[in-house]
Design a protein around this ligand. Structure first.
Ligand SMILES: Nc1ncnc2c1ncn2[C@@H]1O[C@H](COP(=O)(O)OP(=O)(O)OP(=O)(O)O)[C@@H](O)[C@H]1O
Length: 298
């Protein structure tokens, strides 16, 4: 669906994208995660033809970027692209006109899209009267009104509460069920983990790791993570080393990578003689892999 090859972009002497490659398959939800300033929005702006790359190729459905491919793409940018004093319906009509929809198609699409994002009952309400979650859904509706095949969502749920986030995740899954390919960026690693079939980890304009969560998990030699609270951290680390457990600090939390899962009582036995306040077992999450990849440049 989307193929990016050897994309380069610099702002003056700063290289933002360096031979960046990405291949998004038709029908998948692909998530790009990375630290602030990694180049995610720059990539989106280049795909949408809002910004020129210095070199490289982008193909959408095997066609180079052009006015024609613009119609295949729907974009919901990081900042909502909405006119606050206009109603939901008026906003969508405005964007439908930009895409050149004829009158009959426009009315049908505006209604269908408002229904899809669950805002039909707010059709006549001005944007300024909507909650943050509703505005975000309307922003996504703008990306859908011309029935694109590829929808690009730049941080679709940033700043939203958990219920609004669930609504948007439901909407994204619904779009995928309709055959729409989704490319999203996010800082929320659990969002990428829950929604995306494939995830790319980007830093300084390069993909450092990519794959399904199961594939990414193979990047670190841990089958399970065990967080330990203890007043004797040095002793715990030394003991863990005897069993081949690597240690990491996640924030202030001391944790160990278990090369193979162990029963809780076996874990407790390993730390016998050390004052342990609590032990918490966790699966290997995207956050653990992300930190390794972005901090240790895998
Ligand atoms: N118009 C510009 N002029 C100069 N530098 C820019 C410009 N736009 C972006 N940059 C720089 O390019 C780099 C990548 O920015 P970009 O917005 O693509 O990152 P991002 O991964 O989307 O970050 P965030 O997660 O914070 O949104 C940053 O260092 C940014 O400061």
């Amino acid at each position: 669906m989307l193929k990016i090859e050897n994309l380069n972009k610099s702002y003056k002497e700063i290289k933002v994208l360096q031979d960046f490659n990405l291949h998004i398959h038709s029908g998948e939800i692909y998530g790009l995660v990375g630290p602030n300033g990694a180049g995610k929005t720059t990539i989106i702006n280049i795909i949408c033809n809002l910004l020129q790359s210095d070199s490289g190729n982008i193909a959408i459905n095997n066609q180079p970027i052009s006015e024609a491919t613009k119609k295949i793409i729907g974009i919901a940018p990081q900042e909502n692209l909405l006119y606050k004093t206009l109603s939901c319906e008026e906003n969508l009509k405005f964007f439908a006109d930009i895409y050149g929809l004829d009158r009959a198609t426009r009315q049908r699409q505006v209604n269908d899209t408002l229904a899809a994002v669950n805002l039909l009952d707010r059709a006549k309400n001005p944007v300024e009267s909507l909650s943050g979650g509703m505005r975000r859904r309307l922003n996504i509706a703008v990306a859908l009104v011309h029935q694109p095949k590829l929808v690009i969502l730049d941080e679709p749920t940033t700043g939203l509460d958990i219920e609004a986030r669930y609504d948007i995740w439901g909407l994204i899954r619904q779009l995928q069920n309709q055959g729409i390919t989704i490319f999203l960026t996010t800082h929320l690693l659990d969002e990428a983990e829950r929604l995306c079939q494939r995830i790319g980890i980007i830093k300084k304009g390069q993909i450092l790791a990519e794959g399904s969560l199961a594939e990414l998990r193979t990047l670190i030699p841990a089958k399970e993570i065990v967080a330990v609270q203890t007043t004797q951290e040095e002793q715990a680390i030394a003991r863990a080393a005897e069993y081949g457990f690597t240690y990491r600090y996640y924030g202030n939390e001391l944790a160990f990578w278990l090369p193979e899962p162990l029963e809780l009582k076996e874990i407790i036995t390993r730390f016998e003689g050390i004052a342990i306040d609590s032990i918490a077992r966790q699966p290997v999450r995207l956050e653990h892999i992300y930190l390794e990849v972005t901090q240790n440049n895998y």
